[in-house]
Structure formats: structure tokens, C-alpha cells
Design a protein around this ligand. Structure first.
Ligand SMILES: Cc1cc2nc3c(=O)[nH]c(=O)nc-3n(C[C@H](O)[C@H](O)[C@H](O)COP(=O)(O)OP(=O)(O)OC[C@H]3O[C@@H](n4cnc5c(N)ncnc54)[C@H](O)[C@@H]3O)c2cc1C
Length: 460
């Protein structure tokens, strides 16, 4: 392979280009805690538009060079880890909000628009894009689309897949396609948009996205409710849902997480309890007030003392609590050299079995574990605090994950609800997917990317 010739050709397409070793090193990593040997990309490019993306894809396809699409690199699953003979395609120069159409409730964006920046703009127009990964102040729409990110509000509003109505995508051979039209409804042909959402950059390079918006809920209020054990928190979640309430989110936070957040971001959380539910209700203020009262009644019926729950009164309190909640990952990262955030989903009625198993494995392998999760969706994030440079801890952690994921699958659950597969969870795919559907996915990949140049060794 004549890399020099390839790099010269690449430089002719774009001058936004890095190839010094120290720069390449930076773009070889992402947020995932993966202690394996680091592979450096050959170069990092920063295309400015779909035409540059297309030319670069065609060149890479001709030279058999892999492309690692990259936004902010904040995924937890090794989805932007560089691989052999690859370049990183960084979308940071494609970060414009192209239009917001209030009448038709759509926004058209370039891929590297930060989710919070879009919502700040929408806010002024009383509009709303609901998917809210808790790092939304840094993560991008392109990254969220490629991972089908979720967040706390998925319980009521669903995740990214339900808010993408059309994508402009550059294929591996440089061809530019649109997956649909900018219409709220369209069942003309296959649903290609869905195929690309969650495909982790393995099927195409997203250069533009049309997003569905909804009217912004006028107000939101939070209820914090404390428990002596995780089982009671799980039962209470069932009671809330069967009461007919439809909260925006029902999140679970365990005692280690509460204490760690409180230490780094004091918020007056109760420290003598084993678990907390954080429930958001939103809508018109009169409705929220009414529904808060219904929630209060449900909690009292569950024998929860009035001193064990608190309902916020204003947006300032909400913001303080959310700031603390969003700092959880950063706070936990201070416990040990590595904190690995996992992502498992089971049916909600099996959540307590899953939590018991996590606690059991944490003791068995002596790995400190803090549990959080979007319990309303059956989606749990155990955070494992450990030192991955310690061989014993690293090996124990591998055994823990093997047991945990096979247990989740034995419960009819699966490997990820919102963080994706990347290169870290691929080894579990055979047990998580049906043989014939996995085979079909590989055939789709081969059809769209016969030379396997788009984010190889990720997702499937
Ligand atoms: C502190 C913290 C909290 C988090 N909380 C949540 C949470 O609550 N819920 C949740 O769902 N996730 C959460 N995440 C993970 C989250 O999914 C990602 O951070 C985010 O959605 C995408 O991040 P990014 O923009 O950095 O994309 P990256 O990590 O750079 O990329 C993500 C994927 O998108 C692909 N990609 C990027 N741009 C393109 C493009 N233009 N075309 C094709 N493919 C592309 C990449 O190849 C990769 O596969 C959290 C992460 C952190 C660090």
C-alpha cells in the first residue's frame, strides 16, 4: 500500500488535515475505558461539506483505507477507536443549524451541532428536541443519531430514532443519498432512515439530518423519593406507572452514586438511604401541579413517609438537581483510575433480578459498583470503578462482564439500550442476536460497504 501517495491525494481534497504523531494519538481514543494497545490513524481530516466527505470516501474506498467517523468521541463503547490503516473523519467543521421550521416542526442540522445548542435555540421558539443524553452539553446530533442515544426522558418521549425523519448520507463509494423526505410521515419505500440511525458510522457518513420537533412543555417539576432498598424503588416504579401517570422520566440512583454526587456537587440529597427515584413530570403548569398531587398519593399509598420524598417548587431547584445528576459520571470518575459505564436493558418486571445479579457480581469480583439507570425503561447503567492497569482487576472485570451480559440475555434482555456496541461489546453479539438476523445485518453491511472501510470492527 502506497500510504504516501494516498496522503498526498487526501491533502489535495482538504487542507484541514493532521498527521503528526502527537495529534494522531489524541484522536486514537474515545471515552470508552479500553486498555488495549492503541492503534494510531494515518491522518485526521476535517471536511467542510458533503462534497469533501464524498471525495474522501471515494479516495479511501479506492485505496482500501478505513474511515472512522468521529464527533466528540464521548461514546462509552469504543465506537470511535481508530483501527489499522484508517483515517479519522472529524465532523467538527460541519456544525451549523441550517434551519428551524416552526410551522412544520422540523429542524435541519449539520452533524456536529451540539444537542444543547440546538435546544437552546429551540427554547426561544417554544420548541423542543427531546433526546437528552446526560452529556448533551458536549455530545452532537450526528453522534446521537449514529448511536441512537437516549437519556432520562425516553420513558415518555422515546429516543433519537423517533426524531430523525430524513438523513443525507455519503456512502462508502462516495455516492450521496437522502433516506427520505422532510415530511412528518412517509411510508414510500423501505425505512432507510431507521437503517442508518444506530448504525454507529458503519453504513454511511451523515452529512445532514432533518429532525422532528415537538412543542416545548411549558413547565417541569421533579420529585425525589428515597428508599431503604433498591427493591422498594423498583416496586414503587411499577406503582407509579400503573397509576396511569406518564412522567417524562423515572430514574434510579443508588446510595454510592448519591453520596458521590453529593460529595462533589452538594445538592442536599439524603445520605442515609439506599436508593432514590428522580421523577420528572412536565406539561402545562396546572396539569403538572395536578399530576404531582396524584404522584404524592401514589407514594403515600406505597407507605413512603412524607419526610422521604420532596417535590421541587421552581425551575431553579430543578436545574440544581439536574446539574448534580448530570455530574454523576464525572463524580464517580474520582473514585478510581477507571470508571466503566455499562448499559443493559431488560423488561421492567425483571429489573430487580438484574440489580441483584449486579450486586452479587460486584461482591464476587470485588469491584466497586454504583448503579444508576432509566428504570422506567428497564435500562440500567452499572458504573464499575476499578484500576484497569491492575491485571487481576482487569481479568476479574472481564469475567464479571461475561457473566453479567449472559445473565441479561438469559432474562430476555440485551446488551445496550442507548450506548451502542462499538468494538467493546462485539464479542457478545453472537449470544445477543438471532443467527439469521445477525447474518442479515452482515449482508446489509457488505452491500453498502463491500470493502468494509466504514468504521470496521464496530457495531455488528
Ligand atoms: C458523561 C456521559 C454521559 C452520557 N449519558 C448518556 C445518556 O444519558 N444517554 C445516552 O444515550 N448516552 C449517553 N452518553 C453517551 C452518548 O451516547 C454519546 O456521548 C453521544 O450520544 C454521542 O457522542 P458524540 O457526539 O461524542 O459522538 P462520538 O462518540 O464521536 O461518535 C459516536 C458514534 O457516532 C459515529 N458518528 C459520529 N459522527 C458521525 C457522522 N457524521 N456520520 C456517521 N457516523 C458518525 C461514530 O463513528 C460513533 O460510532 C453519555 C456519555 C458521557 C461521556
Amino acid at each position: 500500500m502506497d500510504f504516501k501517495k494516498f496522503l498526498n491525494e487526501l491533502k489535495k481534497i482538504t487542507s484541514d488535515f493532521l498527521d503528526k504523531k502527537e495529534d494522531l494519538y489524541v484522536y486514537a481514543f474515545d471515552t470508552s475505558q479500553n486498555p488495549d494497545v492503541v492503534t494510531l490513524p494515518l491522518a485526521v481530516v476535517f471536511p467542510k461539506n458533503k462534497f469533501e466527505v464524498s471525495k474522501i470516501a471515494k479516495l479511501c474506498n479506492d485505496y482500501n483505507i478505513a474511515i472512522i467517523p468521529r464527533a466528540q468521541g464521548t461514546n462509552h463503547c469504543g465506537a470511535t477507536r481508530a483501527s489499522k490503516n484508517s483515517i479519522v473523519m472529524h465532523f467538527s467543521k460541519m456544525n451549523k443549524i441550517i434551519s428551524i421550521d416552526k410551522e412544520n416542526l422540523i429542524a435541519i442540522v449539520e452533524p456536529n451541532v451540539i444537542i444543547k445548542d440546538l435546544n437552546d435555540k429551540l427554547d426561544k421558539l417554544n420548541l423542543f428536541f427531546p433526546p437528552d443524553p446526560s452529556n448533551l452539553a458536549v455530545s452532537t446530533l450526528g453522534g446521537a443519531i449514529a448511536l441512537c442515544s437516549g437519556g432520562a426522558r425516553t420513558f415518555k418521549y422515546s429516543n433519537t430514532k423517533d426524531y430523525v425523519i430524513n438523513l443525507e448520507v455519503v456512502l462508502a463509494n462516495g455516492e450521496i443519498i437522502e433516506t427520505s423526505k422532510n415530511l412528518a410521515k412517509n411510508v414510500t419505500g423501505y425505512n432507510l432512515t431507521s437503517l442508518f440511525v444506530g448504525s454507529e458510522g458503519t453504513l454511511g457518513l451523515i452529512t445532514k439530518a432533518t429532525l422532528k420537533l415537538i412543542p416545548k412543555p411549558k413547565t417541569r417539576m421533579l420529585t425525589l423519593c428515597y428508599f431503604d432498598n433498591l427493591y422498594d424503588a423498583s416496586k414503587c416504579t411499577d406503582a407509579i406507572i400503573s397509576s396511569g401517570l406518564n412522567p417524562a422520566s423515572i430514574d434510579l440512583i443508588d446510595d454510592i452514586t448519591i453520596k458521590t454526587i453529593e460529595k462533589f456537587n452538594p445538592c442536599d440529597f439524603k445520605l442515609d438511604k439506599k436508593a432514590m427515584l428522580l421523577i420528572e413530570q412536565d406539561g402545562f403548569s396546572q396539569c403538572v401541579e395536578f399530576e404531582q398531587k396524584i404522584l404524592r398519593d401514589v407514594l403515600i399509598k406505597q407507605n413512603i413517609a412524607e419526610s422521604d420524598f420532596y417535590q421541587t417548587k421552581n425551575e431553579e431547584e430543578n436545574e440544581n438537581i439536574y446539574r448534580a445528576r448530570r455530574s454523576a459520571f464525572g463524580a464517580l470518575a474520582q473514585l478510581k483510575p477507571n470508571v466503566v459505564t455499562e448499559d443493559i436493558v431488560v423488561a421492567r418486571n425483571k429489573i430487580f433480578d438484574l440489580i441483584k445479579k449486579i450486586e452479587h457480581l460486584s461482591k464476587k469480583y470485588n469491584i466497586m459498583t454504583a448503579i444508576m439507570g432509566h428504570i422506567g425503561d428497564g435500562n440500567i447503567h452499572p458504573n464499575f470503578a476499578l484500576d484497569l492497569s491492575n491485571e487481576t482487576e482487569k481479568n476479574n472485570f472481564e469475567k464479571l462482564k461475561d457473566e453479567l451480559f449472559s445473565y441479561a440475555i438469559s432474562l430476555d434482555g440485551t446488551l445496550s439500550g442507548e450506548h451502542g456496541i462499538g468494538n467493546l461489546k462485539r464479542k457478545y453479539l453472537d449470544m445477543a442476536l438471532q443467527d439469521n438476523s445477525h447474518k442479515l445485518m452482515k449482508e446489509i453491511k457488505k452491500l453498502l460497504d463491500p470493502k468494509n472501510i466504514l468504521n470496521p470492527n464496530k457495531a455488528i
